[in-house]
Design a protein around this ligand. Sequence first.
Ligand SMILES: Nc1nc2c(ncn2[C@@H]2O[C@H](COP(=O)(O)OP(=O)(O)OP(=O)(O)O)[C@@H](O)[C@H]2O)c(=O)[nH]1
Ligand SMILES: [Mg+2]
Length: 1050
Amino acid sequence: MAGKDSGNLKTVRLWRDAALRARKLRSNLRQLTLSASGGCPGAGADQLDSPEAPQLILPANIGDIEVLNLGNNGLEEVPDGLGSALGSLRVLVLRRNHFTRLPPAVAELGHHLTELDVSHNRLTGLGAEVVSAMRELRKLNLSHNQLPSLPAQLGALVHLEELDVSFNRLAHLPDSLSCLHRLRTLDVDHNQLTAFPQQLLQLAALEELDVSSNRLRGLPEDISALRALKILWLSGAELGTLPIGFCELASLESLMLDNNGLHALPAQFSSLQRLKMLNLSSNLFEEFPAALLPLAGLEELYLSRNQLTSVPSLISGLGRLLTLWLDNNRIRYLPDTIVELTGLEELVLQGNQIAVLPDNFGQLSRVGLWKIKDNPLIQPPYEVCMKGIPYIAAYQKELAHSQPAVQPRLKLLLMGHKAAGKTLLRHCLTEERLEGNQGGGDKEKSYPPSPPPTSKGIEVTSWTADASRGLRFIVYDLAGDESYEVIQPFFLSPGALYVLVVNLATYEPCCFPTTVGSFLHRVGARVPHAVVCIVGTHADLCGERELEEKCLDIHRQISLQEKHDAEGLSHLAQVVDEALAGDFELRSASPHAAYYGVSDKNLRRRKAHFQYLLNHRLQILSPVLPVSCKDPRQLQRLRDKLLSVAEHREIFPNLHRVLPRSWQVLEELHFQPPQAQRLWLSWWDSARLGLQAGLTEDRLQSALSYLHESGKLLYFEDSPALKEHVFHNLTRLIDILNVFFQRDASLLLHKLLLGNSGDGEADGESLPLMALPAPSQDLLRATQLHHYVEGFLLHGLLPAHIIRLLLKPHVQAQQDLQLLLELLEKMGLCYCLNKPKGKPLNGSTAWYKFPCYVQNEVPHAEAWINGTNLAGQSFVAEQLQIEYSFPFTFPPGLFARYSVQINSHVVHRSDGKFQIFAYRGKVPVVVSYRPAKGGLQPDTLSIASHASLPNIWTAWQAITPLVEELNVLLQEWPGLHYTVHILCSKCLKRGSPNPHAFPGELLSQPRPEGVAEIICPKNGSERVNVALVYPPTPTVISPCSKYLHSFLDN
Ligand SMILES: Nc1nc2c(ncn2[C@@H]2O[C@H](COP(=O)(O)OP(=O)(O)OP(=O)(O)O)[C@@H](O)[C@H]2O)c(=O)[nH]1
Ligand SMILES: [Mg+2]
């Protein structure tokens, strides 16, 4: 009984009950289980290497055995003497073998056999004689075979009580079946029936019937004859409608009707008063079927994947309901009475249009399974709803006792290419409305404002866009210069409005990828589902026609890109589907197939990820909005437009939410002295403020996520390294980041000279200067500092005392510097070159390396060359190489941050712009990044090592932590599509330019049992040792980001 949509707990329960029943029946019998000597039951018989079918020998003296299990042995014939040796046999289990027909020996056992299980074999026929011989049979399982028909003799087995012929190829059932008057259970699901078999209507004793997954296309009116029927499964049977006679099946307790194209139920359906479980999922109901409301005994109701828009208040009449699934409909609100269903244990509402939950949700305290994601929730806020009923209850209670405050505020990010006009646009938009700035912004209010001389990386300002409604934008202006690539992703958060700025004067269709396309890819990878609008500046420099054409071209190319990406993903999802359709054994035998050897579980994960990517596309608002910063009217139009987008309830539902007073107090407390001045607060500091505001720790998270999304502060709840910090002082954080990422020699020098001229010399770390006259001292000092600046810009190297000078205004004590450096390390921006792991530096100067500054193309490569032969001939050792490819976009700054992240795992490293050579222990590793070459080859990042075959585990040990570290970083990019492959060592050894790539999923799978080699389809099906493809122990699949996680859960 495995209908497509019936994969719920209840199926499992039913199965378990049946299994228990069967076991109980047999528990008093003498049993024997035999397996073939070479057989390895767990691995499946197909994998046996032996060309001959396995032989089983029956032990002597088994005449009194009553139950014989020969399952899972790869048998084609039963052991010799079976029929004569087993005079008392009653139960024979032959499942999961290779029988193509019923063994004739079974006929000899026929007169005493009561149960026979031949499921999961290759039966194509039964043999009329054998069937007729089994006169006493009570239970027969023939499921999962290839039977095209059943013999008429089956009808002679008049004692038969249970018959399972599911998963065969039956187009008809024999007429004689109607003689099985004792039949209680019949499984005919997953066959090729084209109508409901009339003969079944004679089976008056039938209690359980499964006809799912046959194309029945309707039921006969006289189905009412099956009066004893308690369990009826009709999933995926293309019924379309139900006849009125159906409603006379008065004994029905469980009914599966999912996936049948049903629009409505007959009014008489309400007479099925014994019904406890009803599955109507995946049908076409637009209205909640009223005929269900009188079914007071109903305990489980599934209405997932229909088109319901509302739920009637009378649902509270279903007072025994334990399970209610209403996911993936179009429900806009729930009736207040739903909270009267206090017995509910499962409530599934995800994928609807619910914005507000009824009050008193806390009454549903028994709900353990609660799914609400993918609803435009406003009240309570999404974060609260996701956490579960107790949180909703607490929130609602608090709301009832406090005065709610409305604070519409939206984070607005300006992004785009260098000199696109973001900063001027920000000035012009916020001009006269400037409400004192929040971040490192400047103070000009005059028009025309002159933009700052050098772009400042990231600037944050607050803009009261509509004073009458109190609507405020927190504007993040992200400079387009590449130097900032490594830090900007920290500022891209969900729930914001992204404004992509394009200079229309210089725009040409050929520069779409660099000025628009790549930005969209990045935002989509970091914040899937983000809302983006495109603003074209410099309109004053374009003719009317030119303006129109360019805007249209951008619009067109965006659609093309979007279509191309979505099609690509759908295709990839389809490949996974196809792989899933074949079974694992088949997959493991097809080296050419895309998912060679990948487990079903891994494939389902993959599929879920593709589905997530497809369902969470950017929301790009069209058309392109042209504007000239010189024209106040156009600027006003743009302001109005941005306001109307922000105010749009469906686009930004959160803007309209009513917030609890405590959240507001929490926010105010963060920005009050003394904590306001601190660079960041620890999570505990924040929690203490939360307590002051009346927020207990468990509810703090929701409030902080809200403040993060609305742009007020930064709080990285998903980052293991950063979630202990709350960055409320954005101005200072950005100032500090800008110090390191502005890449401007004169600015750096200026800062150093300023820093050095102060009282910094008092401590021992300042520059050691000899006793020289003052002017020469100055000169020498300047030269030395210049030298440091050069080293920094070329190699990314800085000693701690110079960093201290650079950070002078932010650093009072040595301890401050230490904390700051730790923060930069946690952010993955730099690492300490010479600090031994976990030990302090004894007096010597600590040197820091900022990998994003590394310029040299080729690092010192001794480590790697040791393994190879310089003449370019083959490697002495075996190579392991894991390759990540990024077909759409490579996350900006990823390589630099990864360089930092791996530092705790490696020693003796040597860094190049695109490659790092290092050792893990004594084993060499190399990490290399290969940027995309045009559109043809994707960006790749690979991690490699080598060792001799017997020692290959050392190479795995070297690369596994690096792989896991990369997986952690990639979680910051939930919308990113990338693939992982294990390159074939044999191909690498041969120096093949195009080595075969095994699916990366194998990294998280155990090595297949009993298999020593797997096949590389390149180079004439060469055999590769499994140890070169599967790690010794499977890598832990990194916990996916919370977004995908909840998606997978559902
Ligand atoms: N004529 C005209 N000039 C503009 C317009 N918008 C911006 N500019 C000019 O374009 C140049 C670049 O503008 P910015 O605002 O600094 O560009 P940006 O996008 O902030 O650049 P980065 O910060 O480097 O990424 C400046 O000289 C602006 O004065 C416009 O609408 N019309
Ligand atoms: Mg700028």
